[in-house]
Design a binder for this molecule. Structure first.
Ligand SMILES: *Cc1c(COP(=O)(O)O)cnc(C)c1O
Length: 366
């Protein structure tokens, strides 16, 4: 076998995003035991920083060992029991994944759908909550497959009123635009490390309100996943420190450092940077004759879905970007396969240099 020898790429797809040298350095920090007092201190500090990032006071805020989907699965398997009613907004890959996981929980599933690239209509979703009084209502805040940002503010209030738990996917939004768990009345949320947090994939930050935890503690059946059972994870991340699984030490070092970087910059500045570079990119794309496919007024700053112009072979274009520019962007998924390109501006990959690079490369290739 050859020695591992990777050509570095510039990561401008739907994740992973570029990782800073400080985070890479954190990954090579010597291992210690997962119950070492030094590591427990890192866990405590990580929880504090995650609460600030989610803008929540939720005690139950931690990083699940696994990628974004593990946090997603943790939310559904803990909140749902067989026969529970759930309402899900489906307008892309990740809403569809929510349905698939809920099916495996044997929940009674209702959906509000919308075209891929459009938001879930808020009024329709609210009316359904009032009509069905579901145990859980779930929405994807930033639909990475379509580039759409779902409005959530009004929905949380209605959920509180109806006794419904609001569950959101903020894998792509967290760290790139405001995610206000407490202010919006969100009861459960999950994210991932490799998008706007600019950390390698492998951990899934999650947060649960006291209301959600009470529902989980009062379940009549055991959570079907032993690994993702929050009541046990709580005993490991909480003061008891009961062994549950061996935390991925190096990944937790990386997340700790990535979070420190985020708070050195400051949330407001970080969100403004994402917005600014998104606007710069959109302007440049328009000058090149590209149009965005996502609904105007609801576009994600960190994930730009671009319509493939007629006469352009998008697979060939992406391949040229990779081989000639070492630049990765994403393809369309599902019904948008072959129709859109997805350009990410996430975390460390969200700089004017990145914007200029993709625009120059596209100008030369089309
Ligand atoms: C990436 C992503 C996920 C899944 O995360 P993985 O780390 O790939 O498991 C879930 N939801 C959204 C919106 C995502 O963008």
């Amino acid at each position: 076998m050859e020695e591992l020898n990777i050509t570095p790429r510039t990561l401008m797809g739907p994740g992973p995003s570029d990782v800073s040298f400080r985070v890479l350095k954190a990954l090579s920090t010597p291992l210690i035991g997962h119950l070492d007092p030094q590591f427990l201190k890192i866990m405590d500090h990580t929880q504090k920083m995650l609460r600030a990032l989610f803008q929540t006071e939720n005690k139950m805020t931690l990083a699940i060992s696994g990628t974004g989907t593990s946090g997603m699965e943790a939310c559904f398997v803990n909140l749902l029991e067989k026969g529970d009613k759930i309402l899900i907004g489906v307008n892309g890959v990740f809403g569809s994944r929510m349905v698939e996981i809920s099916e495996r929980c044997e929940a009674e599933i209702y959906t509000v759908t919308s075209d891929w690239g459009k938001i879930i209509p808020v009024d329709e979703f609210i009316n359904k909550i009032r009509e069905l009084k579901p145990k859980v209502a779930a929405l994807v805040h930033a639909e990475t497959s379509t580039g759409v940002l779902q409005p959530l503010e009004e929905i949380g209030k209605v959920c509180q009123e109806m006794g419904t738990l609001l569950l959101i996917d903020c894998v792509t939004s967290l760290g790139g635009c405001p995610v206000k768990i407490d202010e919006w009345g969100v009861d459960a949320a999950y994210s991932g490390t490799q998008k706007c947090l600019s950390c390698p994939p492998g951990l899934s930050p999650v947060t649960f309100s006291d209301r959600a935890m009470e529902v989980i503690r009062n379940r009549t059946t055991k959570v079907q996943s032993w690994y993702l059972d929050l009541t046990m994870l709580d005993k490991y991340w909480g003061s008891e420190r009961v062994y549950h699984h061996t935390a991925p030490i190096s990944m937790n070092y990386a997340l700790y450092e990535a979070l420190r970087i985020i708070f050195e910059e400051g949330l407001e500045k970080r969100f403004a940077r994402h917005k600014r570079n998104h606007e710069l990119l959109v302007k440049g794309l328009q000058e090149l004759g590209f149009r965005l496919s996502s609904q105007e007024g609801h576009r994600l700053p960190m994930l730009n879905a671009v319509i493939v112009p007629d006469g352009i072979d998008e697979a060939h274009l992406r391949k040229s970007l990779l081989t000639e520019y070492n630049l990765e962007i994403g393809a369309g998924l599902g019904p948008l396969k072959g129709k859109i390109l997805r350009i990410g501006l996430m975390g460390e990959s969200c700089t004017p240099n990145h914007v200029e690079l993709i625009l120059a490369a596209l100008r030369n290739l089309i």
